[in-house]
Design a binder for this molecule. Structure first.
Ligand code: PLP
Length: 457
């Protein structure tokens, strides 16, 4: 925002940048918001800093208004992100210009489709710094990727009495598939507990590793607490104990640089729809030797090399795990999203969201002193903040905010055991992305003050 005043910024952004909330902001908070935006840009200084005001024009949905005529203030990106024009056009381009199946047609548009699908795989590999594109398996979402590992690797490698270590902060997607596996195989689940600040208790983890688990699976960033886990250290400790590691990167890949080789894990999963890509897209990365040793997950066309009436041979990786016609358009869209994010620079994205989170926590605590925030302080967390207003159900909070065009999530966010750990029935959650600006956090604070006022009457 440089030396521009907030008033100037508000005018400019509402005039130039579609979708920016055009509400007036009090001067003191406006100055803070301006400082937060400046800091976000300065923090990204290593590469080109991210300019959320400019890139908002890439997101057509930010031009829309709700039924009360309010512009969209989208603070639910952890559930699914908005999609930039580059992604929308990539999907549209496939459907309009070269809609055909992949890996089979010898005519021009089929070859174009295969090329675009495989180019998306290469972009995804680059996004994760995977050693080779063949280690990227396209799936529908992180949930499917974890189920793939649980069914294929798990059913071959987990037996009676074997232990899998998880954490208390897992999304149901990284819990329920393992429950089914150990129930079927008569194995055990153990859990790394968390501190009241929402950090993993590493001394207990150390002790659990003495049980000799076969697998340790944990989230990179918690979707409720925001906790950014020390994935490299957790992985090193697991490997030293002889366990393989699965990292759930659903809340990390969209928001920070992720390097699967530097982390050293064995499996890494994420969803495309949370990283500016289409729904129905996601990926599993795993080391080549693991994928080669794993049996197929689903069976049918494309995943085979030779089929006879009574037996078949499997295709090479990754095709062995991609049975049937995949969601070609979604995969191509996810590739476009990966390129979009890499063009922005993941360091700049992380710096922007880290500064927004710091600003959000500070603003919410100052403006609504009774608010309860969960998880570690900004800096040790990703770009989301779960909260409660004492005595007010989060569903009421979300419904009242909706009148002002503000979208937040309310509920258990698919982390019921984690809510139980904190003795909570539900929370509200605001989550941020590349297009989020400090003025939207000010609008959230104003909306929450209004909620408190309504319930105090
Ligand atoms: N893991 C985490 C940490 C998540 O936040 C989510 C979704 O919110 C998932 C897994 C599941 O993602 P999906 O529903 O796209 O499979």
């Amino acid at each position: 925002m440089g030396d521009r005043t907030m008033a100037e910024t508000a005018t400019t952004t509402s005039r130039v940048h579609a979708g920016t909330p055009a509400r007036s902001v009090e001067p003191a908070r406006a100055a803070d918001a301006a400082r937060a935006a400046d800091a976000a840009r300065a923090a990204g200084a290593a590469g080109a800093p991210l300019d959320p005001y400019r890139l908002r024009t890439d997101f057509p949905i930010l031009n829309t208004v709700n039924r009360f005529g309010k512009p969209l203030i989208y603070l639910d990106s952890a559930a699914t992100s908005l999609k930039p024009r580059a992604v929308i056009e990539a999907v549209d381009g496939y459907n309009r210009e070269y809609s055909s199946n992949i890996h089979r047609g010898i005519y021009e548009i089929a070859e174009r489709a295969t090329g675009a699908y495989e180019a998306a795989r290469a972009s995804t590999a680059r996004l994760l710094n995977a050693p080779e594109a063949a280690e990227i398996v396209f799936v529908r979402n992180a949930t499917e990727a974890i189920n793939l590992v649980a069914y294929s690797w798990g059913r071959r490698n987990i037996g009676r009495g074997d232990t899998i270590v998880l954490t208390e902060m897992e999304h149901h997607a990284n819990l329920v598939p393992w429950q089914l596996l150990v129930q079927e195989k008569d194995g055990d689940l153990e859990f790394i507990p968390i501190t009241d600040d929402g950090l993993l208790r590493l001394e207990v983890y150390e002790a659990l590793l003495h049980l000799g688990p076969k697998l340790v699976a944990f989230t990179h960033v918690s979707n409720m607490l925001g906790t950014l886990n020390p994935v490299r250290r957790l992985t090193e400790m697991a490997h030293a104990a002889g366990a393989l590691v699965l990292v759930d990167g659903a809340q990390a890949v969209p928001h920070m640089p992720v390097d699967v080789q530097a982390i050293g894990a064995d499996f890494y999963v994420f969803s495309g729809h949370k990283m500016l890509g289409p729904t129905g897209s996601g990926a599993l990365w795993a080391r080549r030797e693991l994928l080669e040793a794993m049996p197929p997950f689903l069976a049918g066309g494309d995943m085979i090399r030779e089929v006879h009436l009574r037996r078949s041979d499997w295709n090479e990786i990754p095709y062995k795990f991609e049975a049937g016609t995949p969601d070609i358009a979604a995969a191509i869209g996810m590739g476009a999203a990966a390129e979009y994010l890499m063009d922005l620079g993941l360091d700049a994205v992380q710096a922007h969201e880290r500064e927004l989170t710091r600003y959000a926590m500070e603003t919410l605590r100052r403006e609504i002193p009774s608010i309860e925030l969960y998880g570690p302080e900004a800096g040790a967390r990703g770009g989301l903040v779960a909260f409660n207003l004492p005595g007010i159900h989060p569903h009421d909070v979300a419904q009242i905010l909706d009148r002002s065009g503000i979208c937040v999530r309310a509920g258990h966010h698919c982390t019921m055991p984690l809510h139980e750990r904190f003795d909570l029935a539900a929370t509200a959650r605001a989550s941020f992305d590349v297009y989020t600006i400090p003025e939207e956090i000010d609008a959230l604070a104003a909306g929450l003050r209004e909620v408190v006022r309504i319930f105090d009457r």
